[in-house]
Design a binder for this molecule. Structure first.
Ligand SMILES: Cc1ncc(C[n+]2csc(CCOP(=O)(O)OP(=O)(O)O)c2C)c(N)n1
Ligand SMILES: [Mg+2]
Length: 282
């Protein structure tokens, strides 16, 4: 069980990263905010607690890999990479500008810390499984972590990767499915219901755990106990809230892509500044 101070420090970092997301939206005028906010606690925990990485040596051959399969959530990864020291946070103010290193979907050729170009949904798990298979021979300590969206699950290619990872016993591979219940056009259960998600992964031979993906204690509880089962890849079905952290946006599909008016943007900044102040005072 992780120390209370460790959890509190991660919660404060996640609060700062949420603020980074809104900083980028101010710069660009719009962005995929909802899904960034639902997965950002997981991404924070990975980069600040779990991943064996070095921001000063982002290509270290035996590093752990993180693949953001749902690339449109990249505001979360950009904010976390900045906070973790991969680049100067002032770069966040270039989001949405011409020739930025922070495009609307992550580009491994532009920004240190990005392992793969993603954004076309349904490819990140195949990339991750391939990396885990290759690394097993070349750098056997390296682990691979992927974050997917629940609206991404209907892509058939995912299930080829799920089969292959199980067949090859890739127990250094962990996928978090950010189950916020929403996608671009409404509720995932109305667009293409993939429940029961946990049973689906289990039926392919994966070890599965279901958690509250916005609860840092539960996230760390799972990260500190990987693999969930020796010889099997791990799937973490993370139940989350889309738009988490902004009172007016939580659980509303319309905030999938946010193009705020100044008044709403200022409100978001005030709410997140306050969340940071509260955590700093704890
Ligand atoms: C192959 C492909 N089809 C469609 C899209 C358009 N698209 C972008 S985001 C999105 C919804 C994704 O929903 P989900 O994975 O649940 O993400 P979240 O709720 O976290 O935003 C879609 C369909 C895409 N990026 N790639
Ligand atoms: Mg979703």
């Amino acid at each position: 069980m992780a120390d209370r101070d460790v959890i509190a420090a991660l919660e404060l970092t996640a609060a700062r990263c949420r603020r980074g997301v809104v900083r980028m939206v101010r710069s660009g005028g719009a962005g995929h905010m909802g899904g960034a906010m639902s997965c950002i606690d997981i991404v924070t925990a990975l980069y600040f607690h779990t991943l064996d990485i070095d921001p000063r040596d982002p290509k270290k051959p035996d590093r752990d890999r993180f693949i953001l399969s749902a690339g449109h959530k990249c505001l979360a990864q950009y904010a976390v990479l900045a906070e973790r020291g991969y680049f100067d946070p002032s770069l966040l103010d270039t989001y949405g500008k011409l020739n930025t290193k922070l495009p609307g979907h992550p580009d491994m050729h532009k920004l240190p810390g990005i392992e793969a170009n993603t954004g076309a949904l349904g490819h990140g798990l195949s990339i991750s499984a391939g990396m885990a298979l290759g690394l097993r021979d070349t750098h056997p300590t390296a682990r691979v972590f992927a974050v997917m969206g629940d609206g991404e699950l209907p892509e058939g290619s995912n299930w080829e990767a799920v089969s292959a990872a199980s067949f090859h016993h890739l127990d250094k591979l962990t996928v978090f499915v950010d189950c916020n219940g929403l996608q671009i056009s409404g509720r995932t259960c109305d667009v293409m219901n993939m429940e029961p998600i946990a049973e689906r992964f289990a039926s392919f031979g994966w070890a599965v755990r279901e958690i509250d993906g916005n609860d840092m204690t539960q996230i760390i509880g799972v990260l500190d106990n990987l693999p969930l089962e020796t010889g099997r890849p791990s799937a973490v079905i993370a139940r989350t809230v889309k738009g988490r952290g902004l009172s007016f946006a939580e659980n509303q599909a319309v905030y999938h892509y946010w193009k705020p008016a100044e008044e709403e943007l200022s409100l978001a900044e005030r709410e997140l500044d306050e969340a940071i102040r509260v955590r700093e005072a704890m």
